[in-house]
Write a protein that binds this ligand. Sequence first.
Ligand SMILES: NC(=O)c1ccc[n+]([C@@H]2O[C@H](COP(=O)([O-])OP(=O)(O)OC[C@H]3O[C@@H](n4cnc5c(N)ncnc54)[C@H](O)[C@@H]3O)[C@@H](O)[C@H]2O)c1
Length: 284
Amino acid sequence: MSIEKVLVVGMGMMGHGIAQTAAQAGLKTYVYDSEEIARDRGVERISEQILGRVKKGKLTEEEGQAIMARIIPVSSFQEAKEVDLVIEAVFENLDLKCEVFRALDQVMPAETIFASNTSALPISPMAAVTQRPDRFIGVHFHSPVVIMRLVEVIRGLRTSDETLAAVQEFLKKVEKSPVEVKKDSPGFITNRVYMPMFNEAVWTVYEGVATAEDVDKAMRDGFNFPMGPLQLGDFVGLDTMLHILEDLNEKCGGNKFIPCPLHRSLVASGYLGRKSGRGFYVYE
Ligand SMILES: NC(=O)c1ccc[n+]([C@@H]2O[C@H](COP(=O)([O-])OP(=O)(O)OC[C@H]3O[C@@H](n4cnc5c(N)ncnc54)[C@H](O)[C@@H]3O)[C@@H](O)[C@H]2O)c1
């Protein structure tokens, strides 16, 4: 099955980036948000980005116009009934996502594939509320979507090989780099591997073994990481990092994900990283 038309549900930070990515790659892209103002703001953000690329000479004016013409705002799922793929990017709440998929399932043709852009929720319970668990999959885009190439593709318990193949093909078409997560398990690949490293880096600073600067420098200069783990944590937001760690700790147990008291103190003090001007580092 070839994916030519998509519907993005939820036009916030991730949704508008996913819509832009699809439209840039030549796909007809319907966009929906329960808040029309949020949908229109998302389209506006895409338009500003495209205009910026035209000004920089990366796109011609005609190319820019053609991309915007491929983005079709809709106020109901019915208006986008012909799509091959729906990508959901609403708030990270399992009940809300299930409600959205239940409603989509009533309207969309049986062949349409459903994908969730959840960053941490399990795929199979969402698939189970639809009549198409074999045509249901996770697609974890990374932020900022237009720039980051990685997409974790997560198989639910009943995802079919055909669905996986079609979605991987689609992701290549939109110039992303898909990796297959074979099991619907907490943290997928990226957070499962990165979060224990970040956590250990925080404990290393807390125990007075090294400064934050030296921990990051060691990882950059010793392993060729472009950014140290603490710098990256500041970039993501230390409140978000704490939330992910607590979630993984609850789901996985063991001691890999136990948040460090230093991390909790930073968050409680409003030192959330770059967005608040201070985290492990101070930002001007
Ligand atoms: N922010 C990130 O860095 C990041 C990275 C990867 C994945 N994700 C995941 O992507 C999803 C979206 O995150 P975001 O940061 O874009 O959130 P966001 O808050 O920026 O946007 C969510 C949008 O969903 C809309 N929405 C809420 N309920 C809806 C409904 N019932 N129907 C249609 N639209 C609805 C909201 O109006 C809002 O515009 C979440 O599951 C999140 O975990 C986020």
